[in-house]
Each structure stands twice: as C-alpha cells, then as structure tokens.
Design a protein around this ligand. Structure first.
Ligand SMILES: Cc1ncc(COP(=O)(O)O)c(C=O)c1O
Length: 456
C-alpha cells in the first residue's frame, strides 16, 4: 500500500461511517477501498481486480466506466447544475418523465422524482394516503407487505420492511403496517410441489390480511416483482394476477417496488411487464441512472393522479434533490445505452445460460437452491440438502460473516452473503456480463463454497 492509500485507510477508519456496517470489524482488518471500474469489473487501491457480481448494489446495469454517462453529467452540470422541480421544471426532468411514462405499463403516466429508492417508497405510501383522503375514503391508510422484504430505511419505508432485526433499534416506528407470507417456494409451508396452488395461496393471504384489518382501512400493498431479501423469490405462476384481483376487489392500491427489479434486472424495463401485471404505482431508483448519479422515481397511474389535478389540491411532499438535472440527464443517456445496446434483449437471451451455469453448483452439498430470474439470483446454503436444514445463528455468523464474504472477495468476486432470511449468496451483475463472467462466478463460488463446507 502506498503512502496515500495508507493515509486514506486510516481516515476511513477514523471518519467514514459505513452503512449497515459493524465498524468494529475494521479494527484489525483493512477497509476495502474500491477506486476504479470498467465494464463488469472493479479495482481496489492495491490494484486487485474483482468481478462485480452485485452491480455495486443492484445499480450499475450498464457497467462501469461509461464515458458517455460521465460526459452527460458534466454537460448538464455546465448548462444548469441545479434547479428544483418545486413549482418549476427543467428540460431533463420533463424529458425523463415523458420517457418513463412511455415505457411504463398501463396508464402509469405521472412521475414524481426523489433521490433514491427509500424516498420513492415513502412517497408512494404518503401519496396513497393522500389519494384516499381526496376521494372520500380517509380511513384507508394501512399498508400490507411481505415477510423478510426490504423496502428502505426512512421511518415509513422501514415500517413497511418485513425484517424485525432491522427495525428493533428504531421502534416504535410508523404504525399501521402488516406482513403476509412471501413467495419462498423452496420453504413453502404448503403446496411446495405445486407452484400454481402455492401462488394462489400466497396471494390469497393478502386478501385475508385486508379483510382482517378491514378493507376500509387499507391503502396499499407493497410487493417487489422478485423479492430480494431472503434470496430472490420470483412470483409463482398466477400470483400477481390474483393479487391484482384482490386489490381491485377491495380498492387497495398495488405498489410494485422495483427499486431493484426495474431497468433490465429481469430483462425488461419493469418487472411488472415481465410478470404481466399493471400496478397502480411503481417505485424505482438504482438502475435508472446505472448509478452514475442518484435518482429515484414513483410512477403513478392516471387514476391516482387525477384528484390532484383540480382546484387547490396539492401533494405537500418533495425533496430538494428529487429530479436533479444532472441525474435526469444521466438517466436519459443511460436509457440511450439500453436502447442502443439492447441490454434487455441481452439479459433475456443469456439468462438461461446464466441460470444453467449457476445450477451446476447444485452438485455441492452446501447448495440447497438456486433461484431467480433475469440477471438476479439467490443461492441458498443449507446444512442438509435432504432435509433443507438451515444453519443456526452461530453457524450463520461464522459461515457468512466470518468466512464467506471475505473469502469470495479474496477470490476475486464481489457479491453478497446475506442472512436476513436463510443464508444466501446473492448475485446481480451488470447487464453487460456474458458467459465468461458466468463461468468466473461459478468457478469462484465452487471453490469457496467447497472450502466453506469443509469448515462446518
Ligand atoms: C426493494 C427495495 N426498495 C427500497 C430500497 C431502498 O432504496 P435506497 O437504498 O435507494 O433508499 C431498496 C434498496 O435496496 C430495495 O431493494
């Protein structure tokens, strides 16, 4: 490590508060410092190269080092670095809103920009409550979401989140949110061998929750197309069709939280498109700019926007940096890359090969399940494949925190070993990856998981 890198290493430990991080874990160890990226790879301050198996944090769809995205940001900053969208507009926010409206399913034609995903979720909940007050159903305010699902860290989004360990430190949170089962087919409590029956059952649990709470009090259901936390739970066949029916029956808004799933992660601009449903709102962020600048958006149907179009109605909500001109310019350039390089088509064309390559790992005793869609996979680790027995808290701690994360990184693969549900390794690489990177992921995982097994 050169002198500059050593100084920065110390400064990182002394001054930078890393998110969701046990700061004590760096008391002895170095903080990994990533300095550069190109395509599907990033480099650290010692010159070591890593395959970015998580696209940063489900973000860098178009890959790293895109000069045209950097140039779009620079050009916009020179022209107009900042102006708010509070009562005013600027060209890039207008053009991007129009473009998103054209891409979005159904009549989702109105775009409310924010700075990131949690704010997009927060916006959707507040908008749902405000909408029902305007249409004369003021008691409709509650939210239904799924067990183990992550929806962000602001107090509203965290309340919607279904991960008690993330919430405990901050209770009491915003009241009025309720959890239903997720679509973890591998651990389905019933209908485990019949995806359609399981999907019907899981969707019906939403109806049961709405009825238990009282349909007149429930505003919205928040669901990801593929649930990330817990390790990639795609919807069983018919699930969203049934959820849509239930929501319509009870006049409850369906919010598709696509902070991860939009912009090519599943081979379509939106996950709702892939699974054939039209939500009332879509929340998105991350891949909209491929991370070259931060931006979130809540895309709203004409029906929900309608009561806000008259008289003195106004949604009293906003963020200084929502719809930032530089971020909107970057998003436009990013969407140009999607079109020119046909990134969605690339994902759809190669996802079978990606899945097939990862499924080779099923021959390892520690790999219980490989699941996901598009360029979005979870690999569940088990202690006993036959019984699906999982690791206890101590083993999970030793395996995931103590060994796997570090060993994978040392072997050249940046991805995520996660135990927010059962222990999983998550993969969501940039959408420019091909067979060469699929093989690299499989080989690194094979070697490291084999070693992990020998340590149990
Ligand atoms: C489904 C989902 N919703 C919301 C969020 C919160 O987004 P952000 O971290 O940009 O606030 C995330 C973040 O990963 C997410 O995965």
């Amino acid at each position: 490590m050169n002198e500059d890198a050593a100084r920065r290493q110390k400064a990182a430990k002394d001054h930078l508060w890393m998110h969701f991080t046990r700061l004590s874990s760096y008391a002895e160890a170095d903080v990994p410092v990533i300095v550069r990226g190109e395509g599907a790879y990033v480099w650290d301050d010692r010159g070591r190269r890593y395959l970015d198996g998580l696209a940063g944090l489900f973000v860098v769809q178009a890959g790293h080092g895109r000069k045209e995205l950097a140039a779009a940001a620079a050009a916009q900053a020179e022209e107009l670095a900042f102006f708010p969208v509070w009562s005013y507009a600027h060209p890039t926010a207008i053009d991007l809103a129009e473009r998103i409206a054209q891409m979005a399913p159904g009549d989702l034609n109105r775009v409310f920009f924010s700075s990131g995903g949690g704010e997009a979720v927060e916006t959707a909940w507040k908008l749902a409550k405000n909408y029902f007050k305007l249409v004369g159903k003021p008691m409709k305010h509650k939210v239904i979401s799924r067990a183990i699902a992550y929806h962000g860290t602001t107090q509203g989004a965290l309340s919607i989140t279904g991960l008690p360990p993330l919430k405990e430190q901050f209770e009491p949170l915003v009241p009025s949110t309720f959890r239903v089962p997720n679509t973890n087919q591998y651990r389905a409590p019933l209908h485990g061998d019949d995806p359609e029956a399981f999907g019907r059952w899981a969707a019906d649990q939403i109806g049961v929750a709405i009825e238990n709470e009282g349909p007149d009090t429930v505003a919205a259901v928040f669901l990801e197309p593929v649930q990330n936390a817990g390790g990639c739970f795609p919807p069983p066949p018919g699930y969203f069709e049934r959820v849509r029916e239930i929501c319509d029956e009870h006049d409850v808004l369906l919010v598709s939280d696509e902070v991860i799933c939009a912009f090519g992660r599943l081979g379509h601009m939106f996950g709702a498109e892939r699974y054939g449903y039209v939500p009332d709102m879509i929340t998105c962020a991350k891949g909209l700019t491929s991370g070259y600048s931060p931006l979130g958006a809540t895309i709203v149907s004409d029906r929900i926007a309608e009561p806000f179009l008259h008289g003195d109605a106004s949604f009293a909500h906003g963020y200084t940096f929502g719809g930032h001109p530089v971020s909107c310019a970057v998003a436009m350039a990013n969407l140009d890359v999607f079109e020119r390089e046909r990134l969605n088509e690339h994902v759809r064309g190669t996802e079978g090969a990606f899945r097939g390559t990862l499924e080779k790992l099923l021959d390892l005793p520690i790999v219980g399940d490989v699941r996901g869609d598009g360029f979005f996979y979870g690999i569940e680790l088990v202690k006993d494949k036959a019984t699906k027995e999982t690791f206890d808290a101590d083993e999970s701690e030793r395996l995931l925190r103590g060994f796997l994360s570090k060993a994978l990184l040392e072997a050249g693969l940046y991805c995520r070993a996660d135990d927010r549900g059962d222990p999983v390794v998550q993969l969501a690489p940039p959408l420019v990856c091909d067979q060469e990177q699929f093989d690299e992921m499989e080989q690194v995982l094979r070697a490291v998981l084999t070693e992990a097994w020998s340590k149990i």
